[in-house]
Design a protein around this ligand. Structure first.
Ligand SMILES: Cc1ncc(COP(=O)(O)O)c(C=O)c1O
Length: 466
């Protein structure tokens, strides 16, 4: 292949969807009508949507073909047989249980494995918010054991998602091993700016778990992107295929929950996979109650058929090279333009370090101000992953202080081209260059939980008062 800086899209376009293009006046009205909340902006008002990479990807012609062949039999469909054998081979796990999405899978695992009477504690590398929610729903708490390497937003450290074995040991000695029914590693670490976890790092955590007899699980939504980072960044791994590395990752754990909406390359779905028959039986019983019969688990036969194809397509290294390259391209261009981002860029998103970018006080939610300005500038939807998302401490009523106040640019899979990314770079850079004009916001309506989804805001003019 010709020597180019960034890999080109390893696919060509067969079906297109027209993107809405709006004027600044139209966007101002749309955002006003949405009460200043980007989640309330209808998709028809958005030109480039970087709200999330979850369920927003494009399926391939092979997946659309598989949809037509979906078998809707209630029990033991052909689509299920295909998914079961594919997932067994990809993950090397004997037991596969579908769920309607990632949080459905998490709900099953945590209700089965956590005993609320023991006040369970689940150490991890920063649980995703719905994962934390389900741990708490099942009577437990999550504890973040990510290493100190995650605290430096500018270093080149290649695996900032790694858990610290020392912190894990401290948590075990603080709470007692009987309160820890499992350890959960999220690959890639979504709450730590999508940073990958190394195979070496996983092995160290496995060793600690083995020492204390604690099962180890993955929250594996981005298992293939993580494997690609291992291949390209971890010593001695370059000659392994991504498929081999995926197996090496899963060989280290007792099971996993997964949202298929990311590296499953489908728009909906989830899975639980495990090695232990007794655990599978308990999960399948609970699954039958909440998700459906264990061979469809809340999904249509056609969804399962598309997932079986997606699980193989995601292992395509040309695809992964482009996917990770596209995210890096966006991150590097923003960095070149002076926009402070969490470095290096992860697999699925670029995160702008708002604490460093703006000097607005946190009390006026600078991430919301920035995200809204990006929308007004170019119709690009990005998302605050910071103080508003973190919510309030129920005891003090104060805003929680997350590790970083961020705005995330999450890239849907196989949807946008390099030209779209150039447009995003220009839009975000312009907002950053005019950052002195940004006003903060205050709530005019603040829901008690998950406030970011439905809150309403108005601008506060701090210009001249900073
Ligand atoms: C790491 C992780 N776990 C779990 C979930 C929840 O998955 P779902 O949205 O399919 O319920 C997500 C979704 O973004 C995620 O990123």
């Amino acid at each position: 292949m010709a020597d180019i800086c960034y890999p080109f899209e390893p696919f060509k376009i067969k079906t297109i969807e027209r993107v809405p293009i709006t004027t600044r006046d139209e966007r101002e009205k749309i955002l006003r009508d949405a009460k200043g909340n980007i989640f309330r902006v209808p998709a028809r008002g958005i030109t480039i949507d970087l709200l999330t990479d979850s369920g927003t990807g494009a399926m391939s012609d092979a997946q659309w073909g598989a949809l037509l062949q979906g078998d809707e039999s209630y029990a033991g469909s052909k689509s299920w047989e295909l998914l079961n054998s594919t997932a067994q081979e990809v993950f090397g796990m004997p037991y596969i249980l579908p769920a309607h999405r990632g949080r459905g899978a998490g709900h099953l695992l945590f209700t089965v494995m956590l005993d609320r009477d023991k006040k369970p504690v689940i150490p991890g590398n920063g649980h995703f918010d719905t994962t934390s929610g389900h741990i708490e729903w099942a009577g437990g708490i999550g504890v973040d054991c990510i290493g100190e390497w995650a605290d430096d937003p500018d270093s080149d450290y290649p695996f900032k998602g790694d858990m610290s074995p020392e912190k894990l040991r401290e948590v075990i000695s603080e709470y007692g091993v009987e309160r820890i029914p499992l350890v959960l590693i999220t690959i890639t670490a979504n709450t730590a700016a999508g940073q990958p976890v190394s195979l070496g790092g996983m092995k160290k955590i496995r060793e600690v778990c083995d020492e204390y007899g604690i099962p180890l699980f993955f929250d594996a939504a981005r298992f293939a992107e993580n494997a690609y980072f291992i291949k390209t960044r971890e010593k001695g791994m370059a000659d392994k295929s991504v498929a081999e590395i995926v197996r090496m990752q899963f060989d280290l754990v007792d099971g996993a929950v997964m949202s298929s909406k990311k590296d499953g390359l489908v728009n909906i779905g989830g899975l639980v996979v495990c090695r232990d028959r007794e655990l599978y039986r308990k999960l399948a019983t609970m699954g039958t109650l909440f998700e459906g019969f264990p061979t469809y688990g809340g999904q249509a036969g056609r969804d399962i058929a598309a997932l079986a194809v997606g699980l193989r397509e995601v292992l395509d290294e040309e695809y992964l090279r482009w996917r990770v390259g596209q995210t890096r391209y966006l991150g590097e261009r923003l960095k070149d333009n002076g926009v402070p981002i969490i470095w290096p860029p992860g697999g699925h998103a670029v995160y702008i370090n708002i604490g460093k970018a703006l000097d607005l006080p946190t009390s006026v939610y600078p991430g919301i101000a920035f995200q809204n300005a990006v929308y007004l500038e170019g119709g690009v939807r990005v998302c605050e992953i910071g103080i508003v998302l973190a919510g309030r401490d129920p005891e003090t009523g104060e805003d929680r202080k997350p590790r970083y106040d961020l705005v995330r640019l999450a890239i849907p899979r196989r949807v946008y081209t390099q030209t779209h990314m150039d447009y995003v770079v220009n839009t975000v850079t312009k907002v950053y260059e005019n950052r002195e004009e940004l006003k903060g916001v205050r709530f005019t309506y603040e829901p008690p939980v998950l406030r970011h989804f439905t809150a309403e805001y108005e601008e506060v003019n701090l210009v001249g008062k900073r």
